[in-house]
Each structure stands twice: as structure tokens, then as C-alpha cells.
Design a protein around this ligand. Structure first.
Ligand SMILES: O=c1ccn([C@H]2C[C@H](O)[C@@H](COP(=O)(O)OP(=O)(O)OP(=O)(O)O)O2)c(=O)[nH]1
Ligand SMILES: [Mg+2]
Length: 175
């Protein structure tokens, strides 16, 4: 097993537990709410977790829903997965919505409401081009591999072939 990445954490509430993995192989460490809340059907709320972190450069943390809450209560995260940038030092918040059409859902203080997945992320440099290199998928998207939509691989796709990139139009770079 690879050794864990060290992440500095501040506990903003004296009693809040450090996010913990339920099992050794789990991807997400559970986040709790430090505030009780009751959500009517369709209602959303931003809940505080009582923690802030400093991720190493080249990492990000993603706030994912908990499947049990989703299956049992219809609770989802509006922005799932929420992105916590390496430079963010504020409190991690969780934007929860009750998607159940009939039942309210209640969270008590320190209920586990989401899970935090920490991952390495690549920073890219964008190079503007007039044409992109071809690919088997080409512009087929949104169900193009299903039975109901025609897949158009002929146009502008694999005929370009090869690995060479289209010529760079400008060296304007994104941030
Ligand atoms: O579920 C989330 C998502 C984000 N954040 C924090 C960490 C993140 O670094 C910051 C900004 O998030 P994001 O970039 O998704 O929001 P934005 O609307 O683009 O805000 P900004 O203009 O500050 O980037 O908010 C959370 O606490 N919880
Ligand atoms: Mg942003």
C-alpha cells in the first residue's frame, strides 16, 4: 500500500472529528456538519464542516455525496463533486439538497453528510489551434454510442489519423 499524503488540517470547532476513512481501502474520508439542519422537500442548504485544509500543490479535494444518504433519503450535493482548490484555506462547506418529493430530512450536529476525496490533478497549458487532431469518437457525444442516435465517425475523424498535432495557431496561453 502506498503511504498516505500528509495534509494539514485546522479544526474550527472544538469537538469536530478529523475526517476519517470508514475502511482502509476507502477513497473518501467522511465530512460531518457542525450545524443541525432540517430540509423540506426540494430545499437546499450550505452546511459547515468545521474543517479547513492546506493541500500540497498539485492536489485537489473533491466533496462527493454519500451513497447511503442518497439512496435512503434522496440527499444530493448540488455541485457534486465540489472542488476544493489547493490554495483554499477557508472552511469546507457542503451544498446539500433534499431531492425527496415528500419527506423532510434532518441532520444532527456531527452527522456525516459527504466524503472528501483527495486527488492529484494536472495543470495544463492550453494551445489554441484551428483544427484538432482526429479521433475515433470525433464529435459524437450525448448518447452517440446508443441505439437512437446516428454515430458520425466519417467526418473529420479517424481519417486524419496519426499522432501529430494540428499546427498551433497562436501561443496564447490560458491561466
Ligand atoms: O463543495 C465545495 C466546493 C467548493 N468549496 C470551496 C473550496 C473551493 O476552493 C472554493 C471555490 O469553489 P469553486 O471554484 O467551485 O467555486 P466558484 O464559484 O468558482 O468560486 P471562486 O470564484 O471562488 O473560484 O470553495 C467548498 O468549500 N465546498
Ligand atoms: Mg472557481
Amino acid at each position: 500500500m502506498r503511504s498516505p499524503v500528509d495534509v494539514l488540517i485546522r479544526l474550527l470547532d472544538p469537538d469536530v472529528p478529523i475526517p476519517a476513512y470508514g475502511h482502509p481501502g476507502d477513497a473518501g474520508a467522511d465530512l460531518v456538519t457542525t450545524e443541525a439542519a432540517e430540509l423540506a422537500p426540494g430545499e437546499r442548504v450550505v452546511l459547515p464542516t468545521g474543517v479547513s485544509i492546506a493541500l500540497p500543490d498539485g492536489y485537489a479535494a473533491f466533496v462527493h455525496p454519500r451513497s447511503g444518504l442518497a439512496a435512503r433519503c434522496g440527499v444530493a450535493l448540488v455541485n457534486a463533486p465540489g472542488t476544493v482548490d489547493a490554495g483554499y484555506r477557508g472552511e469546507i462547506k457542503v451544498i446539500v439538497v433534499n431531492l425527496d418529493p415528500r419527506e423532510s430530512v434532518r441532520f444532527e450536529r456531527f452527522d456525516r453528510i459527504a466524503q472528501l476525496v483527495v486527488q492529484q490533478v494536472e495543470k495544463v497549458r492550453f494551445h489554441e489551434v484551428a483544427e484538432l487532431p482526429g479521433s475515433a469518437r470525433a464529435e459524437g457525444g450525448f448518447g452517440s454510442t446508443g441505439g437512437h442516435a446516428a454515430v458520425d465517425v466519417a467526418e473529420g475523424g479517424i481519417t486524419h489519423g496519426g499522432n501529430s498535432y494540428a499546427s498551433v495557431v497562436s501561443d496564447r496561453e490560458g491561466q
